[in-house]
Design a protein around this ligand. Sequence first.
Ligand SMILES: [Zn+2]
Length: 393
Amino acid sequence: MRRAFIRIYRSYCMQLRPNLINNYSSEQRLSTSTSSMNMNLQECVNRLNKLASPSLAESWDNVGLLVEPTPPHTVSTLFMTNDLTEDVLEEAILRKSSMILSYHPPIFGALKRLTMASFKERIIVKAIENRIAVYSPHTAYDVVKDGLTDWLAAAPGSGDIEVFTATAKSREHCAAEDNHVDVRELDSSVAVKLKQDLASKCNIQTVQLYNQAATKQKPTSELLSMSFACQSASLASVVDVISQYNASKTTQITQLEKAAIPGAGMGRINTLHANRSTHDIINSTKKHLGVDFLSVAYGRGKNSESMVKKVAVCAGSGSSVLMSAPADLYITGEMSHHDILEINSQGISVILSNHSNSERAYLKILKKKLEMILEGKVDIIISKVDSDPLVTV
Ligand SMILES: [Zn+2]
C-alpha cells in the first residue's frame, strides 16, 4: 500500500552493512555467470507479466519493467528482493545478477534527475551502470488469485478464503468499448446513411443492422435497428451524429460496468474451518511469516484466549482496505495508532508484523512459481540482505 510504502523509504536508515560481503562464501563471491542458462529479457518480462498482468495493479502503483538495459539483454540470474536498497543492490551485483525482481517498485514518484543526491537515484544509476534490469510486480501480484494475499490469508489456519475488495476488470481484460448503443425504428435508407456517418465521423466501424419488428404503419422490410459499441471518449460525437438524423428518441445508450475478476482483489477474509484462539493464530502467523515477533492490539473486551472465526488480511499497510472488513481479527503489516484504536473499539483485534514482514516470506513461494514459468532457464536467487528496517530490540 502506498502510504506505508512511502513511509518505509522515508524512515529507512541508509546504514552500511560491513558484514554484507561476509554473508557469502568465497566461492559465491568469485562465481561468475558461467551458466549457459539464460533468457531474452523481453521473453522473461512477458512471462512475469503472464503470472499477473501489470494492468491488475492499483492505479497509483508503478509496476512492470522499470529499468531496461540497452538490448540485447539476456537474463541468466534473476535476483529477488522485497525492497531494493543500496545494500541489496550491492548484493545483487556481487551475485552477478542480470535482472532484479523487487517486490516494491524502486521507482515510484517521478525522478526528475539521476544524480548521487538521493539513494533512490543512486540505485537506478548503479543498476543501469551494471546492466541490471529491474522489474516490480507489487500490487499486481498482491491482488491476483493465488498471489501474495492468498498466501497471507492462509496464515491463521485452514478456512474458506474470499476476496474482500474485488479488482475490476481493466480495459486490458475486457472490450475497450465501454458503452453499448442501440438505435431503433429507422427507415432502412436512413439506417444505411447513419451507419456510413458513424464510420466516417466517429470511426465506429462495426455496426450491426437488424430487422425491426413490424408495426401497423411500416412493414418489417422497411424498418431497421442498429447496435454498436463505443468508447466513452467517442460518445459525444456519436450522439451528435445520431441527433442529426432525429433518432435521439429511439436511441438507448447503456454504460457497461467493469466486471470483477474472480478471485482477484486487495484483501481476503479467511472464515476458519474451526474457531481458533487469538493466541493460536498468533503462533501460526509467526510460523507462516517466518518471524519471531508480532505486535497485537486486542479488541475491546478481547484477549489472547478470545476465539476467532473470521480473519481479514491485507499485506503491507492494510488500514484503507481492512477498515470495514467484517471479521473478528485483522492481520496486516502496519497501521496507524488511531486506526488501531478505531478498530479495537469495535471489538476487533489487530495483528501487525511490520510492513515488509507481511510480504517477504512469499518470495520463496514466488521463486517456485518463477522456476516453473521460466522453465528452469534462469537461475533464481533470493536476497539474504533484504529485511524489514524495523527490528524489535
Ligand atoms: Zn508493501
